[in-house]
Design a protein. Structure first.
Length: 373
């Protein structure tokens, strides 16, 4: 697995691919057309091969930390090896911040794990004079990670998951936890909850799951990018919550799978809708998409999936784009990046434990991307 600095970096920024034509003004773009290539054969015949225009643009994006490790790798690969004339910068600031900056048009694209609301879309489209498109890129698992000395395996069912995060189960040796975890020496130690402090798509996925499985959670807390947590400490971004769990013995919280794996945090095995205890993995993340029907606007949920092998806390992550951009060179570069990521980026996604889109969904997304201008 590629090594990445996830825990100590609160805002992931990538600005690579500096080879290209410098333009006047910040973020300027140009398109450079290569001369046609000519080849002379041994018989003296000359053939001409048209070459595609080189892309030359600067793109800025911001948003979800959930997919940031993957976007970091994708951007590096694309700008260094595929289109060196394209420069890209992505800041992991949280889904709420990404949506806000996208709506304000201070970035060229946004990143979010929570689809925009209808009213947000209407406001953004009125401001931009263009249609908002949700482009799903990958699926990812939100894990329940913990820090408990001497304990590497933990099973949670729906009721215990809810009651821990409500603050109603306060000790690790609570009888309900002991009953679920036969043979595990759970200590007489208080449970410290760690959650997000920022507007977060990861929180949206996690609280949508808790709402789906519990009327009590729905009534007391509810779902969304920001909720009023009954208990716990807050951290900024997936990296911030991961750091909190690492430095807090007896703690438990929710983070995207790649953050837990990179930090060697153990994660709970959760009971799914079919009654099976499932560990978060690439395979169980992909299984969550079984039986899902995708709407035309591509805003959908994967939590509490029906599949017997599905991990129950899975979400998509989206890149937010406008179907028409004021700068054609930027539009061409962003379209090319997204098409490349979806068609050529699967190996990197799997390496970092993100699940590529199913073939049928990928085809729909590529068709939607073809309409970008």
């Amino acid at each position: 697995m590629r090594k990445r600095s996830i825990i100590i970096v609160l805002a992931l920024v990538l600005a690579v691919g500096l080879v290209g034509v410098l333009t006047a003004g910040c973020g300027g773009t140009t398109t450079t057309t290569q001369a046609p290539a000519t080849t002379t054969t041994a018989g003296g015949e000359t053939t001409t091969t048209e070459t595609k225009p080189e892309l030359n643009a600067s793109l800025n994006g911001a948003g979800a930390t959930f997919p940031a490790p993957l976007y970091l790798e994708w951007i590096g690969e694309f700008t260094q090896k595929v289109e060196p004339g394209v420069r890209m910068n992505y800041q992991g600031i949280g889904s709420g911040g990404g949506i806000q900056q996208f709506m304000q048009m201070t970035v060229d694209f946004g990143g979010t794990d929570a689809p925009m609301k209808d009213e947000e879309i209407a406001e953004a489209e009125a401001e931009a004079g263009a249609k908002v498109m949700h482009i799903p890129t990958v699926f990812g698992a939100v894990t329940v990670a913990f820090n408990l000395q001497g304990v590497d395996e933990l099973k949670l069912d729906q009721d215990t998951s809810v009651d821990i995060f409500l603050g109603e189960i306060t000790k690790w040796n609570d009888p309900r936890l002991v009953a679920l975890n036969e043979g595990v020496d759970l200590p007489d130690q208080g449970i410290q909850i760690c959650h997000r402090s920022d507007s977060s798509g990861t929180t949206d996925i996690f609280t949508n799951y808790l709402t789906a499985i519990s009327d009590k959670w729905a009534d007391k807390v509810g779902k969304g990018k920001e909720v009023q947590w009954p208990v716990g400490l807050g951290g900024q971004g997936n990296d911030g919550v991961t750091a909190l769990i690492l430095q807090s013995p007896g703690s438990i919280g929710y983070v995207e799978l790649s953050y837990a794996l990179e930090s060697n945090l153990p994660t709970a095995t959760l009971k799914n809708k079919s009654g099976n205890f499932i560990k978060p993995s690439l395979e169980s993340t992909s299984a969550a998409a079984v039986g899902i029907t995708y709407p035309d606007d591509l805003r959908f949920s994967l939590v509490d999936g029906e599949g017997p092998e599905a991990y129950p806390i899975v979400g998509a992550t989206w890149v937010l784009v406008y179907d028409k951009m004021s700068d054609p060179a930027k539009a061409a570069a962003l379209q090319a990046f997204l098409v490349w990521a979806l068609t050529e980026g699967d190996a990197l996604a799997k390496e970092l434990n993100y699940a590529p889109l199913p073939d049928e969904l990928e085809a729909v997304v590529l068709d939607k991307l073809s309409t970008m201008q």
